[in-house]
Design a protein around this ligand. Sequence first.
Ligand SMILES: [Zn+2]
Length: 212
Amino acid sequence: MPEFRTEPLVVPTVSGLLPAGERDRRVALTSFRPEGERVQVPMREIICYECGQSSRVPSAALSANCLHCHTHLNMADVEIRPGSRRLTVRTLGNVYVPSATVLSHLSVVCSNMDVDGRVSGSFRCTGTLSLNTSMVLDGAVSAGKLVVDKGAEVELTVGAAAEQVEIYGRLKGRLQCKGQLHVYRSGAYEGVCKAADVVVDPGGRFDDQSRF
Ligand SMILES: [Zn+2]
């Protein structure tokens, strides 16, 4: 079957003629393709944030429905601006919180999250959760990688779970780390910690209170 293409064949040019390269490209686009040759739409795999199962969707899609639980999945990147009334964010994209944003009771599920503002609530990131400023997080926090940036003082009221933790600033609170917890030179950790592997650079402080 020939493919239907919506691309206009006639484009206005000054001379009325298309450059040779562009003309050849358009001729190729509208020619019949040999049997069996199919255009490959680039696809990517997504993990549903409701049921945890994977689906394949076109890479360019901005939303999709989970093939398993039919949840509508948002894939757009979201910026949580100051004064935002939207406190619940569910996306397979990334979330950015600019420094002017001060918000509590947030509930965020996303891929990567970069926090320059002062927020509180619960956060679930499949990728990296980067906390770049001081804040008290009073909800459950989980991330693939949790990063506390230099100069930031972060307190976890409920606690956090992560595959990997990097501490350049100060982190206080209950922590569960399936992989490596790394406290860098400028970093300090204090709390009840369960980590598979702990690395503390010279100058860093690691105060695990679970031993007492
Ligand atoms: Zn699902």
